[in-house]
Write a protein that binds this ligand. Sequence first.
Ligand code: AMP
Length: 281
Amino acid sequence: MIIFKESEELSAFLSEKKNTGVTIGFVPTMGALHAGHFSLIDTCKQQNDMAVCSIFVNPTQFNDVKDFEKYPITLENDTQALQKIGCDILFAPSVAEIYPNGLKNLPHYKLGYLETVLEGQYRPGHYQGVCQVVHRLLKIVQPNNLYLGQKDYQQCMAIKKLIALTQLKINVTVCPTLRETNGLAMSSRNMRLNDIEKKQATKISETLVNIKKEIQAGDISQLTKKAIQYLTNQGFAVDYVAITTADTLETIVYWDGQQKIVALVAAYLNQVRLIDNKIIN
Ligand code: AMP
């Protein structure tokens, strides 16, 4: 595995490869890698001549300073793990490398409703930050294929929107969420949970499974209310439990039993904010 820290060097290396017909797949991450990340890199490796993974904890996407400060950093372990699974290139830039002109006056993206619902509503500015870093990374790497996790359902939509807005010719593949055997969605933030909290956190995926089991055509508003109550009783501070259209994240009150829908949860367990989702049909 070749490790790059400088964007110009990486760009030059990759564009030379691309000129010889090599296909480049890209998996952007914030590190503290787990099996969920590795599954993306595996798919990327299968579908491309070269797999590039980036590790960069992007300061501009954290609306909560404490969350940024406490974000786990395990670069040495991550590097070893990437090497072991046969990732071709690791890009691990500094903040100055990604934002050479500083963190002020960064571009603004017209993301529309994505910034006013669910994660957009509860994390103001978050998707601007995501788009700022992903746009910069895409310009540096210029991949043919980009791999994202369904775990961050709304983020996939925001990045697809970014690619449409910027007219980049990049194919996006959304990969399934990897879970622990008890159902807990794998997440770097799980490292901040102790063993008791990790067990407690499984209530989030249980809630989604129950919604899928119980949902029937008709008025479904009671289902989300019941889920919020359940998670609150289990000790979570719930930001939202929502059942929405799968393509536009519009909250559904009456469901015709046909429309494609998704259930999404965001809740704090003590200081740790966890998200998960399940496509219902
Ligand atoms: P992060 O490092 O959390 O920014 O995640 C980097 C990429 O890995 C994003 O596209 C995430 O959606 C994806 N990802 C995170 N957790 C999982 C998971 N449990 N299963 C599959 N993909 C994941």
